[in-house]
Design a protein around this ligand. Structure first.
Ligand SMILES: NC(=O)c1ccc[n+]([C@@H]2O[C@H](COP(=O)([O-])OP(=O)(O)OC[C@H]3O[C@@H](n4cnc5c(N)ncnc54)[C@H](OP(=O)(O)O)[C@@H]3O)[C@@H](O)[C@H]2O)c1
Length: 408
């Protein structure tokens, strides 16, 4: 007899844009993506502003009517019916909010960028170890079947030895006024109080592409010394709020003789003719000694790649579309979802479910160690670009009563 799927009961911390997208993905039928070993349900959501906001959120995403609405993050963290909390607040809040949940013994999936700095990330990992709970940074792109396939191509040696990865993620917020972006200065994209900026928002994805090829796929030396970590060379151009609006990073692995170049900005667009359009060319090029893999953007949600070979096999040998499956029957949601819903965040949720089912505390595809190495790299980029956030959000002192945790 077929086994019942393992069901994960989610609590959603925050009710903004990505919390809504993620929650709707959780509620899609896993069969629409050919998954039958795990499934998800939402048992609670919390808003820092009011309980009624949480009620509205649960209704909008089509959560079961039994799901509880909380007007405080503290109350959510104490709910015994939650298996894992998804933290979906701005970057500035991740450390305090994730710590609140870990301290309460909850498993946590925390939005990217994991934290504001590496010191905070190290403390979250220590707390997860102490409490014996699961913790993962929500870099959803790593769990796309497209990413899995590309990593397999790289490790199989299909394109020879990878020498260089170029990754670009830019979203155009320019206006006619060269000094002004289209976001308000309070928007989390450029607001220093919310740890805004292109690096933590977009750069994390370009670094994801660089790292999932040149770090995750790197063979660790037999002497147990661990994978080589990159040296960083970076430049930052700031917006008038102080947040970075144009950031370029070179990651150099001298022993591997590889480099990753990661660029991100709010001033120009990687795909000027619209998301997913191939006309602008690839957003990521993974260049090996025998060929290259091109990934078409946006790099957070890519849906097509191409393999181009040199020598005997010269030319495009494979062009693969990887559409995001849509569930035509997701309940209770309105608008564009009439055509079906599916954003691609369900694959990372499935990874969380399998880790919980198998008693794992971290994902093999984005380990605690790798998240910290990436945070170390971003710290170095900010140091070279002289980008420091306000002390309250750079702080690595956990305070349950911090205003970032809302009222209790
Ligand atoms: N994976 C992805 O593709 C993706 C895409 C976009 C964003 N993100 C990440 O997700 C996180 C949230 O982004 P978002 O676009 O969802 O932001 P958003 O729409 O502004 O929502 C953030 C939510 O956080 C809560 N919050 C608590 N204190 C806040 C404060 N002082 N200012 C603003 N919001 C506050 C609010 O919900 P309540 O008060 O109701 O709790 C708010 O709705 C960020 O870390 C971002 O980098 C990821």
């Amino acid at each position: 007899m077929a086994q019942e799927p393992f069901t994960v009961r989610w609590g959603i911390l925050a009710t903004g844009g990505i919390a809504t997208t993620f929650a709707k993905d959780l509620l899609t039928n896993p069969a629409t993506r050919s998954v039958n070993d795990v499934r998800h349900t939402i048992v609670a959501a919390a808003s820092s502003s009011s309980e009624s906001r949480a009620v509205e959120f649960l209704k909008d995403v089509g959560a079961p009517t039994s799901a509880k609405a909380y007007g405080s993050y503290h109350a959510l963290a104490q709910d015994p019916n939650i298996d894992v909390v998804y933290v979906a607040t701005p970057h500035s809040h991740h450390f305090q909010n994730a710590m609140l949940c870990l301290t309460a013994g909850k498993n946590v999936l925390c939005e990217k960028a994991f934290t504001v700095n590496a010191a905070q990330a190290r403390l979250l990992v220590e707390k997860a170890k102490e409490k014996g709970v699961f913790l993962m940074e929500a870099v959803w792109t790593r769990y796309f079947p497209l990413s899995v396939k590309i990593r397999e191509l790289v490790t199989s040696g299909k394109i020879g030895t990878v020498v260089k990865v170029n990754a670009d993620l830019c979203i155009n917020g320019s206006t006619d006024d060269a000094e002004k972006l289209s976001f308000s200065d309070k928007h989390r994209a450029v607001n220093m109080d919310l740890a805004g900026g292109a690096l933590l928002d977009l750069g994390i994805y370009t670094l994801t592409w660089v790292f999932q090829i040149l770090y995750l796929c790197q063979k660790a030396p037999a002497d147990g010394s661990g994978k080589e970590k990159p040296k960083i060379l970076a430049a930052i151009d700031k917006y008038h709020t102080g947040a970075d609006a144009l950031t370029s990073i070179i990651c150099h692995w001298p022993k591997q003789r590889t480099m990753g170049i990661a660029t991100s900005s709010w001033r120009v667009a990687t795909t000027p003719d619209g998301e997913g359009s191939p006309a602008a060319g690839p957003a990521c090029r993974i260049q090996g000694t025998k060929g290259e893999i091109q990934v078409f953007g946006p790099l957070y949600r890519p849906t097509m790649y191409r393999v181009i070979m040199f020598g005997g096999e010269r030319g495009v040998v494979e062009e693969v579309e990887c559409p995001i499956p849509k569930d035509p029957k997701i309940p209770g949601v309105k608008g564009e979802e009439e055509l079906g819903w599916g954003h691609g965040m369900f694959w990372e949720a499935d990874e969380v479910a399998r880790c919980l089912r198998d008693g794992k505390k971290q994902s093999d595809l984005l380990t605690w160690e790798e998240s910290i190495v990436i945070m170390d790299a971003m710290d170095e980029v900010r140091k070279q670009g002289d980008l420091v956030y306000p002390q309250e959000i750079e702080s690595d002192v956990y305070d349950e009563k911090s205003p970032l945790n809302g009222s209790s």
